[in-house]
Design a protein around this ligand. Structure first.
Ligand SMILES: Cc1ncc(COP(=O)(O)O)c(C=O)c1O
Length: 395
């Protein structure tokens, strides 16, 4: 039989830490391997398969593909317009630019901020983002990603990008000036270990953006589209962002991203300022229309809030019983981090042996990103195995 793991190593550049599991198919909250072993999937493709493995997405893709898969952006296309219209009619957005990925959405936003700054003066091109943030791996996205370990081998990156301490108002004030054109922020740092923005910090950032006339870009690539129990995580606060960047679950598993801009920024790009061959693919947008319609027109967001509260309260109970293993429980909705210190790998390995797939981030944090339709029975199944794993570590 073909050895897929060996062939993968032989033919593909070694940039990913692959699992030994070979997945055959997905259904609801589960992934099945080639022996029909059934694994509870707490990754959801790192928050891409937010609706689980949903047949409705498959049908939307097939129906559009039967008409055409691609046209080029010289032609209008109903699914692309329909998805943009859903955003404009149901969110702060006034217009949309479609991309293929998260990092490309941030690249679009970098250019939008720079063009906005240029309108005022030549030197207004500085961009700010937080240390420990994650905004992607292309040159611009990586410049914003405030983690030296990702940047080190690729320096120098974009000029004019500066980093501040997340949730540290004094640090932000120090970095902001008349030359700032954009500030990129995650509402919950996902790759940074599930760390939530403070109310004080976000309101200060908005105040500074008015004082120094720069754009606030909220990177909702991981937090957006229902993950935290709201359509966007920023909705917890009483704010209107200038720009929101999206991707991950937007295309229901197909590559799709978006940059949403508020009223007043519709003219930030003109013809020829930006573009993409595949950005806003009709097939990906047809899947996106299905995904966004579910989020807007069903009770799913309320369910995510309810299940998130349930899961977080159960995890906090475990933290009280096993403080030696569980140092912290953080997050909102179904985006949850459990800081288990040095026990991360032990817990992950035990869980796989017991048919639960757990992801980790930031070296000590188990990151839970289950599909949004995960049931309470499935949550209890996870908690049972998770407690058994903790018991092993607690010895
Ligand atoms: C907050 C955030 N921004 C940007 C990105 C980059 O997205 P992509 O991998 O689609 O380029 C990610 C990916 O994990 C992310 O979590």
């Amino acid at each position: 039989m073909r050895n897929l793991l060996n062939d993968d190593k032989k033919y593909i550049l070694n940039t990913y830490r692959r699992s030994d599991l070979i997945i055959k198919r997905g259904e609801g909250s589960y992934l099945y391997d080639s022996y029909e072993n059934k694994y509870l999937d707490m990754y959801s493709g790192i928050s891409v398969n937010n609706l689980g493995h949903d047949k409705g997405v498959v049908n939307a893709i097939i129906n559009q593909a039967k008409d055409y898969i691609h046209l080029s952006n010289y032609f209008v296309s109903p699914p692309v317009i329909n998805l943009a219209k859903l955003f404009v009619e149901n969110t702060f957005a006034s217009k949309v630019f479609f991309t293929n990925s998260g990092t490309e959405s941030n690249e679009a936003a970098i250019k939008a901020c720079k063009k906005y700054g240029k309108k005022y003066h030549e030197n207004k091109f500085q961009l700010l983002s937080a240390y420990n943030s994650f905004h992607g791996r292309t040159n611009g996205g990586l410049s914003l990603t405030g983690q030296h370990n990702y940047q080190r081998d690729f320096l120098p990156l974009l000029p004019g990008v500066h980093h501040f301490e997340y949730n540290n108002v004094a640090s932000l004030r120090e970095k902001v000036n008349e030359n700032t054109c954009g500030l990129f922020l995650e509402m919950i740092q996902g790759e940074g270990g599930i760390v939530e923005i403070s109310e004080e910090f976000i309101y200060e950032a908005i105040k500074l953006s008015k004082k120094y006339n720069f754009l606030i870009v909220i990177d909702e690539i991981q937090t957006g589209l229902g993950r935290t129990g709201d359509l966007f995580a920023f909705e917890k606060f009483n704010i209107v962002p200038d720009i929101v960047t999206l991707s991950k679950s937007l295309g229901g598993g197909l590559p799709l991203g978006a940059m949403l801009v508020r009223e007043g920024l519709e003219e930030v790009f003109n013809v020829g300022d930006h573009g993409s061959t595949f950005g806003g693919s009709p097939v990906a947008c047809a899947a996106g229309e299905y995904v966004l319609d579910k989020l807007i027109n069903t009770d799913i967001l309320e369910e995510v809030k309810d299940k998130g509260r349930y899961l977080i309260s159960k995890l906090n109970n475990l933290k009280e019983i096993y403080p030696h293993v569980i140092k912290d429980v953080r997050g909102r909705g179904l985006m949850i981090g459990i800081d288990v210190g040095e026990y991360v790998n032990e817990i992950k390995e035990f869980s796989i042996d017991n048919y639960i797939l757990l992801n980790s981030t930031s070296s000590t944090v188990i990151r839970l990103l289950p599909q949004l339709y995960m049931t309470k029975v499935e949550i209890d199944d996870f908690l049972k195995i998770f407690e058994e794993a903790i018991l092993l570590c607690n010895k």
